[in-house]
Write a protein that binds this ligand. Structure first.
Ligand SMILES: Nc1ncnc2c1ncn2[C@@H]1O[C@H](COP(=O)(O)OP(=O)(O)O)[C@@H](O)[C@H]1O
Ligand SMILES: [Mg+2]
Length: 253
């Protein structure tokens, strides 16, 4: 089982959008679990799952409730969700009181290691214990970068955050919400992938088709498979898959 954390210290950069679309792309070939670690539950909403964890996430982390009981299937083949709900607001506190506080997410995921090939973690922004947990358990950390004078700073923050943890997970960054009418954005597309080894040349354009995900409550490629943004997430998944070396395991049917 390979774990991919979609993470940035910044909010509103396209983490949840990437998490949902990467999960959908991965589910074409793999058994995928998306774990929505954000109390806002946006990924849960986009996959049309009820934002409810019975007993709260605290009971899951404490091992009082089994994770299998909280996982929900979606209308998409091979794609399940561990929903986020309001109980995730206290997750940092829950972790803080736990032993090996940065390893709790990994511990929970051990329960389903045989059930899924790929786990996608949709992280809240910030650099708190939730993020430490996500990075600890991850085989790769995917970072959306919106071109701006501050985007390199957020990449540096994430890279440093991963480097300071015990994780050896590589960072896979990509340009998100790119508006080619803006000079700064065109420059970022041209220069960043060349200047920074961790920035792939995958570019997700800013487009209303992505905004429509909120109304459709579905991954973009499920209703507009040929648009540039959908193809970009397909390509991004290929890069991530190559990075984590996810393989289809032989299984009985
Ligand atoms: N490529 C894009 N083009 C247009 N809107 C986008 C794009 N990516 C994300 N958005 C929109 O921007 C908002 C924030 O995106 P989201 O993925 O929720 O960010 P985060 O999870 O980092 O906070 C959402 O309303 C989403 O629909
Ligand atoms: Mg989000």
């Amino acid at each position: 089982m390979k774990v991919v954390a979609v993470y940035s210290t910044k909010g509103g950069v396209g983490k949840t959008t990437a998490a949902v679309n990467l999960a959908w792309e991965a589910a074409k070939e793999f058994r995928v679990l998306l774990w929505d670690l954000d109390p806002q539950g946006a990924a849960t909403f986009l996959l049309q799952v009820k934002p409810k964890v019975k007993g709260g996430v605290g009971a899951l982390v404490a091992g009082k409730n089994k994770v299998a009981g909280a996982i929900r299937s979606t209308s998409h083949n091979n794609l399940d969700v561990l929903p986020g709900d309001a109980s995730y607001r206290d997750l940092d506190l829950v972790f803080d009181h736990a032993k090996k506080s940065e390893q709790r997410v990994a511990k929970v995921l051990e329960q389903v290691a045989d059930d899924y090939d790929v786990v996608i973690l949709d992280c809240p922004p910030g650099a708190a214990l939730v993020a430490e947990n996500a990075v600890f358990s991850a085989n790769a950390v995917v970072v959306p970068l919106v071109p701006s004078p501050l985007s390199m700073r957020s990449l540096e923050q994430v890279t440093q955050f991963v480097a300071e943890s015990v994780s050896t997970a590589p960072v896979v960054a990509f340009l998100s919400m790119v508006d080619r009418r803006k000079k700064l954005h065109r420059e970022a597309v041209e220069h960043l992938p060349l200047a920074q080894a961790s920035v792939t040349d995958v570019v997700v354009p800013a487009t209303v088709q992505i905004e429509r995900m909120g109304a459709a409550r579905a991954p973009i490629a499920s209703y507009a498979p040929a648009v540039e943004a959908a193809l970009a997430y397909g390509e991004l998944w290929k890069r991530v898959q190559a990075t984590v070396k996810a393989k289809v395991r032989k299984r009985k049917h």
